[in-house]
Design a protein around this ligand. Structure first.
Ligand SMILES: [Zn+2]
Length: 268
């Protein structure tokens, strides 16, 4: 499943093709993904100039000179293909630029979404308005306030998009491990000193992964380039029963139906 680094990598890859270009045409090859695409998508995007590309949490944002923002979410299986040599049955939305580049949003499971929102209303758009701060805008004091009085497990609170936006299962597991914090510990009981290790750990695991994704963009211009997916290695995620660097053994528990990987020896 794409997490924040995949979305960031995707936005950076799309930026190289779309920024400053006019959209010559768009083609919605079905009416919906997870929910219906706007019916006036083609009318509002055709001929528009792409002025900026950004990311908020796991949403990619494509701004145009008409005051619209195309908002995409990759869901479980979504990814953009650059200059695909042929269009497949899971390529649901296609943008062609004025310099004849072609971008296809491919999403086999269709948990992703496409919306068109007025750029000046984006901050008030409910899915965005509900989000907490970006991980990179968070500091330990801010996180301490957001966790105050909360008895739920720190792992679950970090996945709550209202507390911090864009963090998914993999990076929460990895950051807690780096900070030596047990995933079941009550969020409100984690000391400021430990949050001062956790917040940089969150920044580092995300930044390292974004850097790994960025390195894959070097050859993305090849036809059929797939944006946003790249190999990664983890210290605990998906490593149940394997050794931790401390000499302990990585364990797996289930919290709210999702696997948590951690080391019982170095995470307290
Ligand atoms: Zn360990």
């Amino acid at each position: 499943m794409p997490e924040l680094p995949e979305v960031e990598t995707t936005v950076r890859g799309l930026d190289r093709v779309l920024r400053g270009r006019r959209i010559a045409s768009v083609e919605a090859r079905r009416p919906d993904l997870r929910h219906a695409m706007p019916v006036d998508l083609g009318q509002r995007l055709t001929g528009a100039l792409v002025t900026d590309l950004r990311r908020r949490a796991k949403y990619g944002l494509i701004d145009t000179d008409r005051g619209d923002t195309l908002v995409f979410h990759l869901g479980m299986t979504g990814h953009w293909r650059i200059d695909p040599t042929e269009i497949g049955k899971h390529d649901h939305f296609i943008i062609t630029t004025d310099d004849r580049r072609r971008l296809a949003l491919n999403d086999a499971r269709r948990f992703g979404s496409l919306d068109l929102v007025r750029t000046d209303e984006l901050a008030e758009w409910p899915p965005i308005k509900a989000l907490g701060p970006e991980p990179f805008d968070l500091d330990a004091h801010g996180l301490k306030k957001r966790l105050a009085g909360r008895s739920a497990a720190i792992k679950l609170l970090l996945l709550d998009q209202r507390i911090v936006a864009g963090l998914g299962n993999i990076y929460v597991c990895e950051a807690l491990h780096r900070a030596g914090i047990h995933p079941l510990r009550a969020g409100g009981s984690v000391s400021l000193a430990r949050l001062q290790r956790l917040v940089p750990a969150i920044h580092d695991v995300l930044a390292e992964s974004i850097a790994a994704g960025g390195s894959t963009l070097r050859d993305f211009a090849a036809p059929d380039g797939e944006l946003g997916y790249f190999p990664k290695s983890f210290a605990v995620y998906d490593r149940e029963g394997r050794p931790c660097a401390c000499g302990g053994t990585v364990a797996r528990i289930v919290q709210n139906g999702r696997s948590t990987f951690y080391c019982p020896r170095c995470q307290r």
